[in-house]
Design a protein around this ligand. Structure first.
Ligand code: 2P0
Length: 336
């Protein structure tokens, strides 16, 4: 069988996923909305199915993957094998170009690239919806990285997950000026992984049921702001949604705290930047860690980058545009 190589990029949610109704299928309690990043950060993955392999062989950034990592990939591969009617083991090499020690999650781009490359290597021509479902089995947020531009992951309601997948709200060209200025802060060891954090929050936070109830309304407002390119509304909703997520995390028991003093200084700097201009032209969001993603426009990206770089503890800044989603690479770019 032919090997196949694909490139995919991460996405950063502006309405966040944080809680599962099915932890095997990664089905969320609420829908979410994200922006796919450009190739400033990327994962490249080559897959080949080989009858001679007794089990899957996964190599991540040049080292043999752990049993846990291989088991996660196997969930995606098994769904693809089932659909293609093949039984061969897979050889998978995957590489991230993420800045070292950036602490930026690579599971979204990683599983999106795996879903695309493995489907292609298995001889399938899946729809984007099927690809999104394959990617979701590896990591929930990966189902959104199957698309470029602005993306919604639909919660769905079926138990088998067949209606929980991503759709594109608008392509990258719809709002080209949008930038994500990433501020990488001093790395701390991540205390609690996302899956465990979500489980603790959904089980213990008294604020969580309200978050789930409110989500459809927040998603509607966010989609409208994106479709109409209403910058102030988009940025305000993004900042408030980030704080809402971190409030619910703090309300969990044991409390989950990902933000630190540097994150708080970044929030102050962004709020001060807006106040000085008397308009909202930048908006922060934080995931399961202290790194900041500050959405703004091309016009302000340079100034925002400088502002963030001056904060003590910010080690690196990266400016991303809105990305176009995964693409197939030629055989000369295969990783083996
Ligand atoms: C998101 N995060 O919507 C949210 C915001 C982190 C905070 O999705 O267990 O790696 O693999 O489904 O997708 C991170 O969790 O979790 C995440 P799994 P995932 O982007």
């Amino acid at each position: 069988m032919e090997k196949s190589t694909w490139l995919a990029t991460p996405n950063i949610a502006v309405v966040k996923y944080w809680g599962k109704r099915d932890s095997f299928l990664n089905l969320p309690d609420n829908g979410s909305v994200s922006v796919t990043m450009d190739e400033a950060l990327k994962t490249i993955t080559t897959v080949e199915f080989d009858e001679r392999l007794e089990s899957d062989l996964l190599v991540l950034n040049g080292r043999r993957a752990s049993a846990e990592e291989t088991a996660r990939a196997k969930k995606v591969l098994d769904a693809i094998r089932k659909k293609a009617g093949i039984f061969a083991g897979a050889r998978i090499f995957s590489r991230n170009n993420f800045p070292t020690a950036a602490g930026i999650a690579s599971s979204a781009s990683g599983f999106a690239a795996l879903a695309c490359a493995a489907s292609d290597a298995a001889g399938l021509s899946p729809s984007k919806r099927e690809l999104s479902i394959f990617a979701r089995l590896g990591s929930g947020s990966a189902c959104r990285s199957v698309f470029g531009g602005f993306v919604e992951w639909k919660r769905g309601s079926r138990q088998d997950g067949s209606d929980s997948y991503a759709v594109q709200i608008a392509p990258a060209d719809h709002w080209k000026e949008i930038r994500n200025v990433i501020a990488i802060t001093n790395p701390e060891r991540k205390k609690i992984g996302s899956a465990r954090g979500m489980e603790i929050t959904s089980r213990t936070s008294k604020l969580y049921p309200q978050r789930v109830r409110l989500a459809p309304k927040v998603i509607r407002m966010m989609k409208r702001a994106i479709r109409k390119r209403e910058l102030e509304t988009f940025l305000l909703l993004t900042m408030r949604e980030s704080s809402h997520l971190h409030a619910v995390m703090l309300d969990s028991f044991p409390p989950i705290i990902y933000l630190n003093d540097i994150s708080r200084q970044i929030m102050d700097a962004v709020l001060g930047y807006n106040e000085a201009r008397d308009e909202i032209c930048a908006g922060y969001t934080f995931d399961a860690g202290p790194n900041a993603h500050v959405y703004t426009t091309q016009k302000h990206a340079g100034e925002v980058r400088r502002l963030l770089s001056e904060i003590e503890g910010v080690r690196q800044t990266i400016v991303c545009k809105v990305g176009r989603g995964p693409r197939k690479l030629g055989s000369s770019e295969a990783l083996f």
